[in-house]
Design a binder for this molecule. Structure first.
Ligand SMILES: *Cc1c(COP(=O)(O)O)cnc(C)c1O
Length: 346
């Protein structure tokens, strides 16, 4: 494994800071399964408050947040409407079908955002032969959609169409904190029209592990049973919850720096001949590089970058992904610009 001094492969690359580790070491703990871990209980209250929901549940991963939401909301054979490039559809091991027995109906969309009209078009009328349309899943921000931010108004429109069709709305809010900062609208406003929502602590917030799922009290009560069944119930989870509490306190507002860094990086390389950037102006901390016109493949470019200690994601032979985060500062971005220029054009 080469050492990457500038790792833009994902915002999951972050390491817990000294301050975060200190908060973890100092955390009061107890048995989470008995509701006796004070740090986890405090975190759940803070997350419920942040998202404007009644209750929240601490889980080991975002993937488990999505899976448990589907398990509680759906029955086997039910259909979930989501974007064609949704993480739940393409990046969670098929858990929704393998474990929850659900199937997806996907809306073709480049940026991962769809409309109320799409929900009306993709929800099935009740027929004996049809799978039951049950849930709409929205992703904020859209990961494989290039970090696009759903406008609060579009979320409301989708939720209204879903409600009309009798569907539940779930938000995969892995990067909802980024959306809140990028849009200047509180996370609770983004979550106001969805039934259930979660945030990831191991993305831009910089924690080593964890996510929290929020919604109505009875939903969280049912989610607890699935947390146990799936092996997600912990014991002294306070050491992990302390990292999340530290992140909510110190790492939210600074997401603006990641967004500015993504914009600076995109602006610094957009004129490279043959390179196309998507979206041309990043909305948050993610963007894609289409290298098809450069005469080099993504793996070739990645190998050149690796020699200088830079890593980007290789998505396909012609597509790379850059994600900014709290372990890469502006001087790092300036270095990355030079390395990318040399790797593609040199
Ligand atoms: C990372 C991610 C997940 C899964 O979260 P993990 O904590 O890695 O399990 C789900 N949805 C989106 C959009 C993500 O980016």
């Amino acid at each position: 494994m080469p050492e990457f001094t500038i790792d833009l492969v994902s915002d999951t690359s972050t390491r817990p800071s000294k301050e975060m580790l200190a908060a973890m070491a100092a955390a009061p703990t107890g048995d989470e399964q008995r509701d006796e871990d004070p740090t986890t209980l405090a975190l759940c209250e803070e997350v419920a408050d942040y998202l404007g929901k009644e209750a929240a549940l601490f889980l080991p991963s975002g993937t488990m947040c999505n899976l448990i939401a589907f398990l509680v909301h759906c029955r086997p054979g039910d259909e979930i409407i989501c974007a064609s490039n949704a993480h739940v559809f393409g990046s969670e091991g098929g858990g929704a079908s393998a474990v929850a027995g659900t199937q997806f109906r996907t809306v073709e969309t480049a940026d991962g955002i769809f409309s109320g009209a799409d929900v009306r078009a993709f929800s099935r009328p009740r027929r004996h032969r049809s799978p039951r349309s049950r849930l709409v899943s929205v992703e904020q921000t859209t990961n494989r959609g290039g970090g696009a931010v759903w406008p609060v108004e579009t979320l409301a429109e989708v939720a209204a169409a879903a409600k009309e069709a009798g569907l539940i709305v779930h938000m995969d809010g892995a990067r909802l904190p980024n959306a809140a900062i990028a849009s200047g609208r509180p996370a609770a406003e983004h979550a106001a029209t969805v039934d259930t929502v979660w945030i990831d602590f191991s993305k831009g917030l910089g924690c080593p592990v964890g996510g929290a799922l929020a919604g109505p009290k009875d939903f969280i009560e049912a989610a607890w049973t699935w947390k146990h069944r799936l092996g997600g119930a912990m014991r002294q989870s306070g050491v992990l919850a302390a990292a999340a509490r530290h992140a909510l306190k110190h790492n939210l507002e600074r997401l603006a720096e990641d967004h500015a860094n993504a914009a600076a990086l995109a602006a610094g390389i957009e004129d490279i001949p043959g390179l196309e950037i998507f979206p041309t102006v990043p909305q948050s901390n993610i963007f894609f590089l289409n290298v098809a016109g450069t005469g080099k493949t993504a793996p070739q470019i990645a190998a050149r970058m690796a020699e200088e200690g830079l890593r980007l994601g290789v998505e396909t032979p012609t597509r790379m992904r850059a994600v900014t985060h709290l372990d890469v500062d502006r001087p790092g971005i300036d270095l990355a610009i030079g390395i990318i220029r040399r790797a593609i054009s040199g």
